[in-house]
Write a new protein. Structure first.
Lengths: 303, 404
């Protein structure tokens, strides 16, 4: 559906490019996760996809058509839901929806229909007459999302759509977003919450310092040949073992270890017994997204 | 059109819910007009009646003394109050502050009119002027001069009359009742520099209207900066809404706001100011009214365009309030809104030529005071519209630059 090929972007007066040689393929009908630490280039990529920045190097195509031509043909094909509450706090929920439907240029009949659909989708029926500034964080997020759906976009760009909401609202938002592909809207989802991405995304790209570090289906990325284990001991891990298993000290005698294959686990337990270490807890299995993310982007702080 | 209608509705609703913005746009200028018109009431009336009272103690009671009193009364500069009967009563009145001047016409004034200062060898009692010593010396002198002039005229007329009778010359009957001074007729010769200065209400209504119109900067920037900070502008751009639509969406509602301000301020000038004892504002009619509206429309476009420029320059609403508020006050101070331009020294008047508010006020005054036609207001209209176009272009460029 959306293909990004060799995309590069440098801001005016910036020393380093914000994006370099980014290639992605986002298939239709799914939720695509875009991960990366702060400053990785996620917002730049979203801005280019939303048409807020002009593509200078590389290509973006939507359904085989260059992005600019696709946007001219159908300006509502791609919708952006910014991370901020991008609506008018002094207007009511209904007035906000009516304004954005009007700004999209929807004709009267379609406008009514789309507003009703958006209200039903985000379950805003109880608050349509309330001013947006009086809504809770969860309701604001729902309104923010509802506005994005007014134009029935083919691709919805969601930038951190669950920041600052309670667990109930988060669960509702995630369920709603996961259901969007079924009604014909493909979703590009950026978030810092790995468990959210793991829960609703079928494909993921990890971006850092303007480059794509890894891209593919979630299953492929997590199911590597290597296995990881988290182990808790009653004393420090002997240095020889720490070196052999590329151990990371997690503190409190907890260590993260990597194995070439899971058969090595039995050998490790023997070696620990010989060294007089008691194993308090052992967790073996495929890595989770957070572990993969931290390993690929390194652990250093970014800002 | 659907998009513009949506934008206009949104701006209108947002403004109607912004109480501070509404107060700055409508309440503040009305208060300014009323207060400043009243406060500057007399400062705008050169040559107006001097509010100093005098009385005449006529101890003579002759036709001549009465004639002098009438002649003095006709000058109208000083206010005559009911006359005391005696010198002592006059002294007491001055002491108590009822009036500041009392002219005593001595007994025998009429008989001795043509023999002043004892020119016939007999002593003549002088006229006495009793004054409140705190009265401005210039005013004391002015009254003395008026009295001397009236006395001189009376004497000359009397002499002409007597001599005429003596030599059989043609004379008018008793000429004592002629207006004084009837020989000097004032003719106002107007050019650009000697234009009749505006009255207090004529200065203050257009001045504070211009000031209020430029205050749209506060609500316009408050909304535009919120839109930028909250990502709403990005969202609208992602929806394919060109930025010129966003600008157009703000131009019309605030143009309407400016027109409502104009109607309101003029209404205050016509009906509100007289309620507080001031002079009612006189508005031009017919083509003049249309020209007045053209100026108002040009001022509005400039004010909204400048507001959009400030909103594009400022990053936060605090910044825009400072840039917009201080900028407006400076433009008003330089442009003759706060201190009328005709009261400024030459150098300041030249500086005033650089303030859009001065062009605006000048345009209004051209229509209201000089009854200027379209050609007369054209230079100010061109300057205002050029300023508006430049500000709009700069605002558009700044917004494109910020997103590039």
């Amino acid at each position: 559906m959306l293909k990004v090929d060799g995309l590069a972007y440098r801001y005016r007066d910036a020393a380093a490019p914000a994006l370099q040689d980014v290639s992605l393929s986002i298939p239709a009908g799914g939720v695509y996760g875009l991960l990366g630490p702060n400053g990785a280039g996620k917002t730049t990529l979203i801005s280019l996809l939303a048409g807020l920045l002009t593509v200078a190097n590389g290509d973006i195509s939507l359904n085989g058509q260059p992005l600019s031509a696709a946007r001219t043909a159908n300006p509502r094909a791609i919708a952006l839901v910014p991370q901020d509450y991008a609506f008018y706090p002094m207007l009511t929920v209904a007035e906000n929806l009516a304004f954005f439907a009007g700004a999209l240029g929807l004709a009267h009949g379609e406008r009514r229909q789309q507003i009703d659909a958006a209200i039903a989708f985000a379950r805003l029926e109880q608050v349509v007459g309330k001013r947006a500034e009086q809504l809770s964080g969860g309701l604001r997020r729902r309104l923010n999302l509802a506005i994005g759906l007014l134009g029935r976009p083919q691709l919805l760009l969601l930038d951190e759509p669950t920041v600052g909401v309670d667990p109930q609202s988060r669960s509702f938002l995630l369920e709603s977003i996961a259901a969007l592909p079924a009604s014909g809207t493909t979703v590009l989802y950026t978030s810092h919450y790995m468990e959210e991405v793991e829960a609703i995304c079928q494909r993921v790209a990890i971006l850092d310092q303007g480059r794509v570090l890894s891209e593919g289906t979630l299953d492929d990325l997590l199911a590597t040949a290597e296995s990881s284990a988290e182990i808790e001991l009653d004393q420090p891990l002997p240095p020889a073992l720490a070196e052999r298993y590329a151990a990371t000290d997690l503190g409190h005698f907890k260590f993260a270890l990597f194995f070439r294959s899971t058969v090595a686990v039995a050998r490790l337990l023997d070696e620990l017994a010989e060294a007089g270490c008691t194993v308090r807890q052992l967790h073996v299995g495929r890595q989770n997204l957070e572990q993969l993310f931290m390993r690929l982007t390194r652990r250093s702080l970014r800002d | 059109m659907t998009r513009l209608l949506a934008l206009w509705t949104k701006e209108t609703l947002a403004l109607l819910r912004d109480r501070h913005g509404l107060a700055a746009l409508f309440v503040m200028p009305i208060i300014f007009i009323l207060v400043m018109t009243m406060a500057l009431h007399d400062a705008f009336m050169p040559g107006a009646a001097i509010d100093v009272a005098y009385a005449i103690v006529d101890l003579d009671g002759s036709p001549h003394s009465q004639s002098l009193a009438r002649r003095l009364g006709k000058t109208g500069s000083f206010r005559r109050v009911a006359d005391p009967v005696t010198t002592d009563a006059a002294r007491a009145d001055i002491r108590s502050g009822r009036y500041a001047l009392a002219l005593v016409l001595p007994k025998g004034f009429g008989e001795r009119l043509l023999t002043p200062a004892g020119s016939d060898g007999q002593a003549t009692e002088a006229l006495t002027l009793m004054v409140d010593p705190t009265l401005n010396p210039a005013l004391q002198l002015a009254f003395r001069n008026q009295t001397s002039a009236a006395l001189g005229m009376l004497r000359a007329d009397e002499l002409t009359h007597s001599a005429g009778k003596l030599f059989g010359l043609p004379t008018t009957a008793r000429p004592a009742e002629r207006d004084w001074p009837d020989e000097i007729v004032s003719t106002a010769v107007q050019n650009d520099r000697s234009i009749r200065p505006p009255s207090s209400v004529q200065q203050n209504v257009p001045a504070w209207l211009v000031f209020a119109m430029f205050f749209v900067v506060i609500p316009i920037s408050a909304i535009l900066i919120t839109e930028r900070q909250q990502g709403t502008l990005q969202r609208l751009a992602a929806m394919g809404l060109p930025f010129r639509f966003v600008l157009l969406g703000k131009l019309l509602p605030f143009f309407v706001v400016n027109q409502i301000q104009a109607v309101l301020m003029v209404a205050v000038g016509i009906w509100g100011v007289p309620l507080f004892g001031g002079e009612a504002l006189a508005m031009p009619s017919g083509a003049g009214l249309f020209h007045w509206w053209l100026v108002a429309a040009a001022v509005s476009l400039t004010a909204v365009a400048c507001a959009l420029l400030v909103a594009s320059l400022a990053q936060t609403t605090q910044q825009s309030t400072i840039i917009g508020g201080v900028g407006n006050i400076l433009m008003a101070a330089i442009g003759g809104i706060m201190v009328p331009k005709f009261m400024m020294p030459g150098a300041m008047q030249t500086l005033a030529e650089w303030s859009p508010m001065a062009w605006a006020l000048n345009g209004f005054h051209t229509v209201m005071l000089r009854h200027g036609d379209f050609a007369a207001i054209l230079p100010d209209l061109v300057k205002l519209l050029a300023c508006a176009a430049l500000a709009l272009a700069a605002a558009t460029w700044l917004n494109h630059r910020q997103t590039a």
